[in-house]
Design a binder for this molecule. Structure first.
Ligand SMILES: [Zn+2]
Ligand SMILES: [Zn+2]
Length: 180
């Protein structure tokens, strides 16, 4: 989620605050219903409205990709020739569940430190925070944001989805709002 002053992001999972220049991952999660183990095509899933969206910091994204590698590696070791459908994070078999979730991670790069100050009074750019030619003394920076949409896509089990939701619902301590 965005910080209250809108200059950064708080990770929905570990509650770390990222400000100024940082990378985070915007995660859209779609709920997928299965009938008799038959899942809809990915193109249909991607057109669905997300059930929920999360913001992951770079560290939480790293641990997610580590889990994906681990699950993938162990599934390769037990290879039987049968194409399985499992949770990308826990390895739980999804074939028999009536519903699972599909998570799409998109990388977002935010840069604020290299951006000019913008005078709040006249809207002109300024290199410094000194008094503007218009007399304005309040400035802000507009972040430049670069986003890519599909860096990692995984099916996840209902347990993991509910774990993320429970993390997201943990209130953020107010200490961050005074630090900047
Ligand atoms: Zn995090
Ligand atoms: Zn001005």
């Amino acid at each position: 989620m965005q910080t209250q002053d809108q200059t950064g992001i708080i990770c929905d999972i570990c509650k770390a605050t990222n400000k100024e220049d940082f990378v985070y991952y915007s995660v859209n999660v779609m709920k997928v219903k299965q009938y008799g183990g038959r899942r809809p095509p990915i193109t249909d899933i991607l057109q669905q409205k997300p059930e929920k969206s999360f913001d992951f910091c770079a560290a939480c994204y790293e641990s997610v990709s580590d889990e994906v590698v681990n699950v993938y590696t162990s599934s390769m070791n037990n290879r039987t020739g049968i194409v399985k459908h499992f949770c990308g994070l826990t390895g739980v078999d999804l074939v028999l569940s009536d519903a699972y979730y599909y998570a799409v991670f998109g990388k977002v790069s935010v840069n604020m430190s290299k951006q000019p100050y913008v005078c709040l009074k006249c809207g002109k750019n300024s290199i410094t925070k000194n008094v503007c030619v218009c007399g304005g003394v309040d400035f802000r920076k507009n972040a430049s944001v670069e986003a890519s949409s599909r860096d990692l896509e995984i099916s996840i089990c209902q347990d993991r989805y509910h774990y993320w939701v429970s993390k997201q619902n943990v209130p953020v301590e107010s200490s961050w709002s005074s630090s900047s």
